[in-house]
Design a protein around this ligand. Structure first.
Ligand SMILES: O=C(O)c1cc(=O)[nH]c(=O)n1[C@@H]1O[C@H](COP(=O)(O)O)[C@@H](O)[C@H]1O
Length: 244
């Protein structure tokens, strides 16, 4: 039996199901049964297993973050947002780099879906700021944006807020400056989570789960520290213990 504070901590964790097919993802989901974390379906799994995998998670009562990082012309993002809202996902994301009009179009797509089906729940729409794999030097020299990563993240977060979105994806290192710029109710969803000693992989801007929580993050996205662990359930339980 999980204690109340453990249930609360688990509810902050979004497990990244980055797998090539439904069977592999399903094995991970089954190994975590009974732990009330979010399940995140990203492009690898969605492109392979599609809406039916998402529907299966929803039928079993999971909260689902559909991470497709939409970034296209406003009309296309409106249509994409309309479709994913009809899937009943709890959270989905677009790129803030698409601009205010594109993010507003995402919300229009949501509204159109909700007005056509009163049984649907309003999803939390969030914007990706600067990917957590982006370092300061890549931002400046390769992408060619001047200024600090933090300035870019806050600029994107303010655009997302202005467009009416409910929060952003960023590194835990930027949670405090985002909350200072956009208010405490503006949600932060933070990948780049690495328990002490875990491999960095392709992430750049990382923090441990407990450090991220101390920054005030609302949700933390965790993939390989769980999916590549010999015992993913034990790895998630250790993270939950670190958070309580
Ligand atoms: O939108 C995301 O979820 C996301 C944004 C970002 O800036 N960085 C980032 O890593 N992610 C996702 O978060 C997950 C992180 O996975 P791990 O690095 O394996 O923990 C992956 O599924 C990424 O697609």
């Amino acid at each position: 039996m999980m204690k109340r504070n453990e249930i609360e901590a688990a509810g902050r964790v979004m497990v990244a199901l980055d797998y090539p097919d439904a069977a592999a993802a399903e094995a991970l989901v089954r190994s975590l049964e009974g732990i009330p974390c979010y399940m995140k379906v990203g492009m690898q799994l969605f492109y392979a297993a599609g809406p039916s995998f998402v529907a299966g998670l929803k039928e079993r009562g999971y909260k689902v973050f559909l991470d497709l990082k939409m970034h296209d012309i406003p009309n296309t993002v409106k249509g994409g947002s309309n479709s994913v809202t009809k899937l009943g996902v709890d959270v989905f994301n677009v790129h803030a780099a698409g601009g205010i009009q594109m993010m507003e179009a995402a919300l229009e797509g949501v509204e159109a879906a909700l007005s056509g089906d009163s049984s649907l729940k309003r999803p939390l729409v969030i914007a990706v700021t600067q990917l957590t794999s982006t370092s300061q030097s890549v931002l400046n020299t390769e992408i060619g944006l001047s200024g600090s990563v933090e300035e870019a993240v806050v600029r994107y977060a303010k655009l997302a807020k202005q467009a009416g979105l409910g929060g952003v994806v960023a590194s835990p290192q930027e949670v405090q400056i985002i909350k200072a710029a956009c208010g405490n109710d503006f949600k932060t969803i933070t990948p780049g989570i690495r328990p002490a000693g875990a491999a960095l992989n392709d992430q750049s801007r990382i923090m441990t789960p407990s450090e991220a929580l101390k920054q005030g993050t609302d949700y933390m996205v965790i993939g390989r520290p769980l999916t590549a662990a010999a015992d993913p359930r034990a790895a998630l339980e250790a993270i939950i213990k670190e958070l309580v």
